[in-house]
Write a protein that binds this ligand. Structure first.
Ligand code: SF4
Length: 450
């Protein structure tokens, strides 16, 4: 069969981080490898980097099946492309998966969708393709975990089960390799994604990551991870685990094996401030083998938020982790949440704190109750936007507590522009056309909704 793998764009405005942060479509590349082994022909379309339109690619490739994967804020695009593929060819099998499907499968159960896959088990896809049109399909599908499917006009939702990441084989990176000018992470060009674990062992309340894979953490044999890194052609590696800096012994083995193999690459990974603050020797060693960015959810500068978010770190650890990153020359990308209870002074205090602590790389997100999380129940009476495209952390989807929506946005824009200007002074984004980027940011806020 011919299978088209689709990763929709994140936004249709210009403020979509194109050329700045582009994420390799690793789940689609895993599926590509699995499909190839089964004798299927696959092609990939990544809306983030493509100039071609999805509809044109669907027309030209004429797939027997399309597989779409994305986040909640991509829901409109996922459904638009699914509907187009089905309209173009009613026999085309339409499957939607990804993070959004794991949390909110019901939102994707539309007449033009055949299956929703709500786990990381991509091996279910060739099984579905094999049985889809057989007369045994109703029974076989009924017994298949992880899927939602239509039967006699109704949707059936089977339970999702845990997937062991060690079952995965190497991804097919031919699309990534064919786009050497894409998939940058800021100043690191063409950074290849490597996943060593699914889910996260922590339980921060605002975070959907720890709900993936039925909430169970699973990780790969670290020696196999190092083998994979050695095979990758790119010099930059983005380890996309929700929290790579977790197990001290595992990281020490990783460092030893990277050295043993003589691998010289630059690395990006997520880590927590408590781990960084309490593992100076490991930070030093990671810096030495090429760790360039630590992406760290500092989240807040207010003591009261730490417990509220169930962050299980401390403000002291936040400060110490910054100090150690500065000491060993690892760039910290510090991520903060702009809480819905923010007052004007909280925006100003945050900017001052960032300046005082000489943080160069900063990302701020408007607090967004993730669709499908138990936490979102608390906010259900305050929702002001039903458009999934607004769940991108750049938009208010809930009414703020202490400011009007207008006043909150004013404080937010002011903070963003101050951070942009600070980053420009710090030379962080010298590779960007700054003036047009700020203009695009403002335009993006008022972008036409999909
Ligand atoms: S540590 Fe990070 S990935 Fe894990 S639950 Fe907390 S915010 Fe999410």
């Amino acid at each position: 069969m011919k299978v088209l793998l689709i990763h929709p764009e994140e936004a249709r405005g210009k403020y979509n981080f194109k050329g700045i942060i582009e994420n390799e479509c690793l789940d689609l590349e895993y599926l590509w490898a699995i499909l190839e082994k089964e004798g299927h022909e696959a092609a990939l379309w990544d809306g983030k980097i493509e100039d071609r339109k999805a509809a044109d690619v669907i027309d030209a490739f004429a797939p027997d099946a399309v597989f779409l994967s994305g986040r909640d804020f991509q829901e409109n695009f996922l459904l638009e492309y699914a509907a187009y593929a089905k309209e173009k060819s009613p026999d085309c099998i339409v499957i939607i998966s990804g993070i959004h499907a794991q949390l909110c499968s019901d939102r994707l159960m539309k007449p033009f969708v055949d299956y929703v896959l709500k786990s990381f088990d991509l091996y279910k896809v060739p099984e579905i393709l094999r049985i889809h049109k057989t007369k045994e399909a109703p029974d076989l599908l009924g017994a298949m975990n992880d899927i939602c499917f239509q039967k006699d006009g109704n949707w059936i939702s089977n339970p999702a089960v845990f997937f062991d990441i060690n079952r995965l084989e190497r991804p097919n990176r031919s699309y990534f390799d064919a786009h050497p000018d894409n998939y940058n992470y800021l100043d690191l060009p063409h950074a290849a994604w490597v996943r060593t674990a699914y889910c996260c062992p922590y339980r921060c309340k605002f975070c959907m990551r720890n709900h993936m894979n039925t909430g169970k953490y699973t990780r790969r044999d670290i020696a196999d991870v190092v083998e994979e890194i050695a095979e990758i052609k790119s010099d930059n590696i983005y380890i996309v685990d929700d929290d790579f800096l977790y197990d001290e012994e595992r990281i020490l083995t990783f460092i030893r094996l990277i050295r043993k193999k003589g691998i010289r690459k630059k690395y990006i990974c997520y880590g927590r401030s408590d781990f960084i603050a309490t593992h100076e020797e490991i930070v030093k060693e990671l810096a030495d083998i090429g760790f360039y960015y630590f992406l760290v959810g500092l989240e807040t500068i207010r003591e009261k938020d730490i417990g509220k978010y169930n962050k299980r770190s401390t403000l002291k650890y936040n400060e110490e982790s910054i100090r150690l990153c500065h000491k060993y020359g690892v760039h910290m990308m510090a991520m903060f949440i702009l809480d819905l209870d923010f007052q004007r002074k909280d925006f100003t205090n945050l900017y001052r704190w960032i300046k005082e602590h000489e943080l160069k790389h900063v990302a701020v997100s408007i607090y967004t109750p993730e669709m499908g999380l138990p936490e979102s129940e608390i906010y259900k009476d305050r929702i002001i936007s039903q458009n999934p495209g607004d769940y991108d952390y750049l938009h208010l989807v809930c009414k703020p507590e202490n400011l009007s929506v207008k006043a909150y946005y004013r404080c937010y824009y002011r903070l963003m522009i101050r951070l942009f200007l600070k980053a420009k002074r710090d030379g962080v984004y010298d590779f960007l056309d700054y003036g047009s980027y700020i203009k695009d940011f403002i335009k993006g806020i008022f972008r036409p909704k999909a």
